[in-house]
Design a protein around this ligand. Structure first.
Ligand code: IMP
Length: 436
């Protein structure tokens, strides 16, 4: 029986997971998403064209691969339909290679309203949610009120939909939220519901499956599955910077619950990290830069949210957070993205520990959100040259190799590959064997 390989982000998201999945996909038969929903934005770029995916796994552009949306994922039918239409416009027929779990939960328009109502009620302490309805939908899942993809085939779906929507309207009003003024993409709730219902029709065209049986059968048949994470370790509901997190388990353990595989079936765990660090939304970020270097990372790295367009906060790479991520996820190999953004930097910093109340630690403290953390920085000389045209790891500039090797030493995990441009051809593996 094969094991399932896992790929996930080790920081606060946007590490370039979609692109690495796209590069690794040729080695797999199935690419599966196990958590999150349209809050994710996975950007792929090939032949000079950008493709942003939100719910659909990043293997969709490989027509011979099966792509699976697992039970742990949330689907918003209108966003799903838009994404499908975008893929179809590129000449790909996703009904041929996309499977959807009957157990995946549905994001209702009123879940999106509840997201806005909850954020408004939090005032200054708001999370900075993407407002796609993620928190309220997972809340209903755990509270056992949710609607699942399989329910759209049931005769009483409309009644159940209405009951849940009415509960949301009552809850939003009780928070003092102006339900009538609420808009999604400029539409009232009723107008958006029409689009959402069209999205349901689109969803019905797809192969809706008991994905846990499918996944285990594929592994038994010794075919290969890549589980693709969304968001990232530091946004995990249990181990992230709570409450400034998303509402799912973004970690390796989430693969077990989000796809229905046993812990013993987990194979390689590939962790993606930028050579620096970014974060969207509120919450702690000890290495954040508020100076010109931070602005440079943002502009040179095109650090604007793929889903919301918000500028990302930028800072130096954070080793205590990375080491924590490697520990929680059992990372077996690292992928480092975007060192090229710093090609012209005189020097590059790496945070190797935190000073908190005069004491030095390399652990993530419980009070991460409120502690006054001063990052302890190690400085590395910049490589001051472009990386275009480099095709072998050993050809990377010595200064960059030294920086990469420090990441390996600090985390205790080897680097499998480094990505030096947005294009998928520019992922440089350390050795030819690393890809398998
Ligand atoms: P939510 O998941 O939309 O509720 O957002 C919760 C927090 O996670 C916010 O700070 C978001 O900015 C962040 N977040 C959610 N999805 C992503 C993502 O795909 N990349 C980066 N940050 C994300």
């Amino acid at each position: 029986m094969n094991k399932i390989d896992v790929l996930l982000g080790l920081q606060w998201g946007d590490e370039g997971k979609g692109k690495i999945v796209d590069v690794l996909t040729p080695g797999y038969d199935v690419v599966a998403r196990f958590q999150g929903g349209p809050n994710a934005g996975h950007t792929l770029e090939f032949e000079g064209v950008k493709h942003v995916l939100h719910i659909i796994p990043s293997g969709i552009f490989h027509q011979e691969k099966v792509n699976l949306i697992g039970n742990g994922v949330l689907i918003e039918p209108h966003i799903f339909q838009q994404e499908i239409e975008g893929i179809e416009a590129k000449g790909i027929d996703p009904t041929r290679n996309l499977l959807i779990s009957l157990k995946a939960h549905l994001i209702l328009p009123s879940h999106r309203m509840m997201d806005a109502a909850n954020e408004q009620a939090k005032g200054a302490s708001k999370i900075g949610s993407t407002l796609k309805g993620i928190g309220p939908t997972y809340t209903d899942k755990i509270a056992r009120n949710g609607l699942r993809v399989g329910d759209i085939l049931a005769a009483d779906f409309d009644q159940r939909y209405d009951a849940l929507k009415q509960a949301h309207l009552r809850a939003a009003r009780s928070l003092g939220f102006d339900v009538d003024a609420f808009r999604i993409d400029g539409m009232t709730l009723a107008q958006y519901e029409e689009k959402w219902n069209e999205g349901l029709q689109c969803l019905r065209r797809f192969n809706l499956v008991s994905s846990e049986y499918y996944v285990n059968r594929v592994l038994r048949e010794n075919r290969r599955i890549l589980a693709e994470g969304a968001q990232a370790m530091m946004l995990d509901i249990d181990f992230g910077t709570y409450p400034f997190v998303t509402s799912s388990n973004t970690i390796t353990a989430g693969v077990c619950t989000g796809l229905g595989v046993a812990p013993s079936a987990i194979g390689k765990v590939m962790g993606i990290t930028k050579a620096y660090c970014t974060r969207v939304g509120a919450g702690p970020f000890p290495t954040e830069l508020f100076d010109e270097t931070g602005s440079l990372l943002c502009s040179l790295g095109h650090e604007y949210g793929a889903t919301t367009g918000r500028p990302r906060r930028c800072g130096w790479i954070d080793i205590p957070a990375l080491r924590y991520a490697c520990m929680i996820n059992g990372v077996t190999e690292l992928y480092v993205t975007k060192p090229d953004v710093m090609n012209d930097f005189e020097y590059i910093n790496m945070c190797t520990g935190y000073r908190i109340d005069g004491a030095v630690t390399d652990e993530i403290p419980y009070n991460y959100n409120t502690a006054a953390i001063t990052p302890i920085l190690a400085t590395y000389p910049g490589w001051k040259q472009g990386l275009a045209g480099i095709t072998h790891y050993e050809e990377l500039p010595n200064q960059l190799l030294a920086f990469l090797s420090a990441i390996e030493q600090q985390t205790g995990v080897s680097i499998a590959a480094v990505s030096i441009s947005p294009d998928r051809k520019d992922v440089i593996f350390k050795s030819s064997t690393s890809m398998q």
